[in-house]
Design a protein around this ligand. Sequence first.
Ligand code: AMP
Ligand code: GLY
Length: 412
Amino acid sequence: MRVMVVGNGAREHALAWKFSQSNRVSGLVVAPGNAGTLELGENLVDVLQDDVDAIVRVCVDRKIDLVFVGPEGPLEHGLVDALAERGIRAIGPTAQSARLEASKSFSKEFMVSYRIPTADYRSHSDAHELEAHIRGTSHALVVKKSGLAAGKGVIESDDRDLLVNAGKRFIEEGDTVVVEERLTGFEVSVFGLSDGVNHVILPPCTDYKKAGVGSKGPNTGGMGAICPVPWLTADELAAIRSSIIEPTYRGLADANLAYSGILYFGIMVTEDGPKLLEYNVRFGDPEAQVLLPLITTDFLTLSNAMIKGEIASTTPEVSPHSSVAVTIAAPGYPSEYPQDLEVRSLPRSGLLFHASTHRDGSTIRTGGGRCFTAVGVAPDLLAARNAAYATAREVAFEGSWFRPDIGGRIFG
Ligand code: AMP
Ligand code: GLY
């Protein structure tokens, strides 16, 4: 089968790497891809990941059998719907279902309708009401941009002025703002694989979302991840399944939003039990980079099972090992950062996924804020962590940095 992966991040490099291990994949293209995916298949560098028409055209021309959509943007823009019209099968939700991620107001309404525990909230599109709500509330709050924001649309602060100003800015930009109670606890990401009727889940991960050591500082797209999560108890996981995951899939069927693909549950485990922070309608980045190396089932078989309604009989097999991912970022990220930095050295061995890199003659150059993910897989968390950091330390470009404490502290 001929497979296309859409995207250019480290998650998409990991997806392409996983597909490349299947001896049933006869062709692999990545649109647009990066310098890492170039080693595995063909990059379509001129095809922008949000250009639905261009992707559909290329898939028809190249007789692509299966498309795996990495990022949320093309899903929100209806890529899966457009491919379906041409009879091309894709992993991912329709634009309708993608609203579970693309609109936080929509997803909060969904959670409330199906009694899925989540933080109390109100949506605002009026700046005065927003300000009155924030200033009139005494408990801790979080302000969120409703639309997609690449992990940077959530403001957590005790400073009411800062929350009001951030919320007003989102409204000025034309978006709705969700103001919700700030939950405390520890976060886990759980991924469901569904075929439109049945679903299975992968082992829980933790994403280290904050830029600073000790999980301080601003939110990022994710500075590292681990899988599994040693401090999540079996009882807590059972509560996540029964109070969040099962009601969600029942709700999706009830609301005609069921789809073939990945659903990401971003969960805060609080003293009052697990609460759902958000849905994403795709694999997380860097969670994909820790999960995919642990999956031992042929990835094309697994992907086909999601599309053909066979996920219940194709439960993914997962290695009992631990996996740790460390994101290597550009100087300044998650604020302003330079691009096109020359990568001076790369590891000779170990698992390294590229993000937005490109080849410039014999040189590899950076493109984004998160530039690489180094991954270690080993029988235990400590050994996996050591392997990931050994690989991360061998990546060198001007001002490169990574969090030194991934997997080393409880509670992400
Ligand atoms: P989201 O995009 O909704 O997942 O938010 C991104 C990150 O912001 C989450 O992973 C949490 O770290 C944080 N966050 C979001 N909502 C809340 C909340 N209600 N309470 C505490 N932290 C939150
Ligand atoms: N790791 C969080 C995300 O992919 O949104």
